[in-house]
Design a protein around this ligand. Structure first.
Ligand code: ADP
Length: 592
């Protein structure tokens, strides 16, 4: 590119220089030419006048021999051809030839002019000498009458030789000047093109997106000003591009982070863009989905139809769609479509937002189940209490034994109601606490917590002759909420006692594993079948309802333990085998 610009400027300089030089040379050669001609003409005139003076008397006397001899002598001395011609045209004397043999010279143009008493001049090929000659003729007057003409002439070939020698030297110097000028103009062209080439290179850098590149704007003049302006333009462009990219990144990040699935289609039904959530919900690869139609991307026919309708409408639409996930599970999707309008409010596609409502639906279901369960759990003791009171009112009150028995049953059912309500209240309290609010904790000696929980169920264990063993290092400490942890261990130990066979043993042990406080409550009782193991932590879930009720269980004990574990960012799990017993493992992180 540098060459191109240089070679654009340089030849024009060279051509201009050459033309100027050629014009100058031509002009000079013309000038020299005319200078030589006029000088030669003057010389010939002077010689003719001198010859006239020399031969005046001989001409007057018409002494032809003298005239001819003078012509020859003067002609030899001055290297000029001298001819004396009578007014009649007869040649009286001639330096180069014998006048007798020469024809009449009357009609020669220079002679004709001289006969008119002027200085005659002519340039032509000589008929006598057969070469190009310059002639000058002066009249010889007697009594104001032209009696003869003295003519001098020289062959122009000599002048031409001198002129061509001169021209050669002009051309030689001209070539030297041209060469010098060519070098100078090459250097000048290079100097002129260099900043432009640098500008052009800089502009190429800008075009490649390297807008932080700086053009050399030092120096003065238009090119430095242009470089400054281009630098400013690049800075401004860079600033704007960066802000656009930043905005785009922010929007992209928001788009990607959205929990709702967003997918846009153009009017021909081809996917323009989709976010991560949409790709996940529809089981698509986001990078391969753009440019494909809804029909190719979406398997669910209901959603396909919804998108087709949305593309034909400019009204926002909404629909609940049941979709089956790859794992066979079903999800409830709320699909809403809004038209994508261009500047002229023409429909150019549709934006589909997919909201996964499955979790909300499931929570709603859990809530409904919970209400039903609570009602059912409360109804059972209340119905029982109601039944016994009616029996008493119906006359059983007369039998003191019955009264005592019935009132004992009523008291037991009331206790049951009380424990259900207490457990529910505890669960409520645990749930109401925001998970982000940290449960108050302090460093506690774990063995103390285990002992105090064991003491609370010692009575029940003794009743069933069940041995309660605590295995815990006395110095084991952890940052926990003591009363909640005691409640959790109590619930687990209480269950272990309840579901152990009389005369059995329950081991409550604690230790550390991988920076976790791990509390194990192990019994050797009835055990839990594997299909129930994942569900026993749900509220009101019982493996054996009758046995649980008989043992005074509420079905809420393990749900409470699970909540307490969660509030300590920990976990609870069970390992159990039918007939061999169960081990409940409560694991809480220690570095809280
Ligand atoms: P409940 O008050 O009925 O004991 P929980 O929530 O404490 O309620 O326990 C839920 C169910 O899990 C119980 O009904 C029982 O069937 C089973 N279960 C809990 N602990 C044990 C255990 N140690 N051995 C056998 N089954 C257990």
């Amino acid at each position: 590119m540098k060459k191109r610009l240089l070679w654009q400027i340089f030849p024009s300089y060279l051509v201009i220089t050459l033309l100027a030089l050629i014009a100058f040379a031509i002009n000079v050669s013309f000038l020299i030419d005319s200078l030589f001609i006029s000088q030669t003409r003057q010389t010939l005139e002077v010689r003719a006048q001198l010859a006239r003076e020399v031969m005046e008397t001989s001409i007057d006397a018409m002494n032809l021999a003298h005239i001819d001899a003078a012509c020859k002598k003067l002609g030899q001395e001055t290297k000029t051809r001298i001819t004396v011609i009578e007014s009649s045209g007869r040649v009286l004397g001639e330096s180069d030839r014998d006048p007798q043999t020469m024809e009449s010279h009357l009609m020669r143009p220079e002679v004709q002019q001289a006969l008119k008493e002027q200085v005659g001049f002519n340039v032509r090929p000589s008929a006598t000498l057969e070469q190009r000659m310059m002639y000058v003729a002066v009249p010889v007057l007697r009594n104001n009458q032209v009696v003869a003409v003295v003519r001098t002439s020289i062959p122009l070939i000599e002048i031409q030789h001198t002129l061509s020698a001169l021209t050669h030297s002009v051309v030689r110097y001209g070539i030297i000047i041209v060469l010098v000028l060519a070098v100078v103009s090459l250097w000048y062209s290079w100097e002129l093109s260099r900043p432009l080439v640098l500008l052009q290179k800089g502009a190429q850098e800008f075009a490649k997106g390297r807008l932080t590149h700086k053009l050399d704007a030092s120096g003065k003049g238009e090119i430095a000003e242009l470089a400054k302006t281009m630098n400013m333009m690049a800075e401004e462009l860079d600033r704007r591009i960066q802000s656009t990219v930043r905005q785009q990144n922010q929007q992209q990040a928001m788009f990607t982070a959205m929990l709702e699935g967003v997918i846009a289609f153009d009017i021909s039904g081809k996917c323009l863009t989709l976010n991560k959530a949409a790709a996940k919900m529809l089981g698509l690869d986001a990078s391969k989905s753009v440019g494909r139609t809804a029909g190719e991307l979406i398997r669910n026919s209901e959603l396909q139809l919804f998108i087709q309708n949305a593309l034909q409408s400019i009204q926002p639409t909404e629909q609940f769609i049941l979709m089956s996930e790859p794992g066979g599970q079903e999800s409830n999707i709320q699909a809403s479509a809004s038209p994508l309008l261009d500047n002229l409010s023409d429909n150019m596609g549709s934006l589909i937002v997919l909201n996964d409502m499955t979790r909300i639906y499931r929570l709603e279901q859990v809530r409904r189940d919970f209400v039903a369960n609570v009602s059912h759990e409360l109804k059972t003791p209340i119905t029982s209490i109601h039944g016994f009171i009616e029996t008493l009112l119906d006359g059983a009150v007369d039998n003191p034994e019955n009264v005592k028995r019935f009132l004992n049953i009523v008291a037991r059912q009331t206790d049951r109601l009380n424990s259900i309500i207490e457990d529910l209240l505890l669960l409520c309290e645990l749930e109401q606490q925001d998970e982000t609010v940290r449960v108050p904790r302090q460093v506690c000696i774990i063995r103390d917590i285990l002992n105090s929980a064991v003491e609370l169920c010692r009575h029940k264990a003794d009743e069933r002759t069940i041995q309660l063993d605590v295995e815990c290092p006395p110095d084991l400490k952890s940052n926990v909420n003591a009363s909640l942890l005691e409640q959790a261990v109590l619930n687990l130990a209480d269950n272990a006692v309840k579901y152990s066979n009389p005369g059995g043993k329950v081991i409550i042990s604690a230790g550390t594993e991988q920076n976790n406080l791990v509390i194990r409550v192990q019994d050797f009782g009835c055990g839990i079948a594997s299909e129930h193991q994942s569900r026993i932590f749900e509220r009101f879930y019982r493996v054996d309802k009758a046995r649980s009720r008989q043992m005074g269980g509420t079905g809420l004990g393990l749900a409470i333990v699970k909540h307490i574990a969660q509030y300590h960012q920990g976990t609870i799990r069970v390992e159990s085998a039918i007939g061999k017993g169960s081990t409940f493992i409560l694991s809480l992180p220690m570095s809280l």
